[in-house]
Design a binder for this molecule. Sequence first.
Ligand code: ATP
Ligand code: MG
Length: 437
Amino acid sequence: MRLSNYFIPTLKDNPKDAQITSHRFMLRAGMIQQASAGIYSWLPLGLRVLKKIEQIVREEQNAVGAQEILMPTIQSADLWKESGRYDDYGKELLRLTDRHGRDMLYGPTNEEQITEIFRTHLKSYRSLPLSLYHIQWKFRDEVRPRFGVMRGREFLMKDAYSFDLNYENAIKSYNKMFIAYLKTYARMGLKAIPMAADSGPIGGDMSHEFIILAETGESEVYYQKNWFDINTLDKDIDINGDLQPLVDSYLSCYAATDEKHDPENCPLTEEELIATRGIEVGHIFYFGAKYSDALNASVAGYDGVENHVHMGSYGVGVSRLVGAIIEASHDEKGIVWPEAVAPFDIGLVNVKIDNAKCSEICHELYRRFHQIGLEVLYDDRDERTGSKLADMDLIGLPWQIIVGPRGLKSGVVELKNRKTGSSEELTIDEVLGKFIN
Ligand code: ATP
Ligand code: MG
């Protein structure tokens, strides 16, 4: 992509209304634009990151056997009246009336809708276990939307739903998602801690929030100091094996949100406990037959007797993650994207666009990187070098290649790592060699 005709409306100065780093950098890097309070348009650079995060979430859901569907954003209120949540959900639920006077709503979550799909089609234990998910926009009329995409009113969520015949199997489904979540966040370069949590308006008996630590987080959290030393994720876990021992080992390490943390009964000493803040990037629930009872979703068991299915639901805040990753990975100059979610792999800076040699080398590099499947953002704008380099640091691509006439005299370009700041002078072949291996 050539920066000269890429739509990326960067800002030199800090926007006044942005209180936290991720919101500031997202606006300054031209990733999003506010449409109204808590509602955003995603501009090209922001959308690229959103799609990368979405794809990682999708791959890890597929890896544990969940199947992707797509449910609508607008739901009929009838199902919500049937479950009782039409009255219970309160003002966060955006209620609408269609031209025929029918009550509709913009879905804040999809337990009712998915239970309706299930009960229409599935009647036997033979169809179980089943997990379905979708990645769809949600709307919650939050009292105080803030911090950009971190607490929006419209936001993108992955929500999965599991259906099982009994408690034992439902816990197996829960455990699979538990591990899938740890893998998902690890792939994005994040360290997420699963914490015992309250289940809120979703309801249910068992629930964990996945929290990444950040001073700007809205949740107060408590965890065991050596948590990360004890819990290192093995990427090759057999997801079809018995996951209970692994989940138990995570859960035996103390970690709780403030709703669950009880200082009186906390097993840790003051030295062992860390009290800090975090961002909730996912939340999983087992709630048994709460919705299948209310909406009468049952299957015939082995003995032919009808059972209300045991359900769980599993959310990932896809759009919130864009902000959360920036909170976890930035410096004073801008964003430092982890490679897996970076909008482009490489930023190529042509220091002197009217120098034929510089342009020739840039075009050659651009072409070769394209051939090996790397995405390059090529700064071919007629701008001062200083402002080009500042923009590249702000946008935060993992690698920068700076091509200038002085280096080319001795046949080299500069390769810079955004994260470490280290840079080296390499020949064109050496640069290509670095990325081909
Ligand atoms: P919170 O406590 O932050 O309000 P929640 O517990 O109400 O979130 P869940 O119903 O658990 O949210 O939703 C699943 C995930 O969706 C959350 O873990 C979070 O990452 C994301 N999410 C929830 N509300 C918002 C929002 N207003 N803006 C962006 N992401 C959100
Ligand atoms: Mg939650």
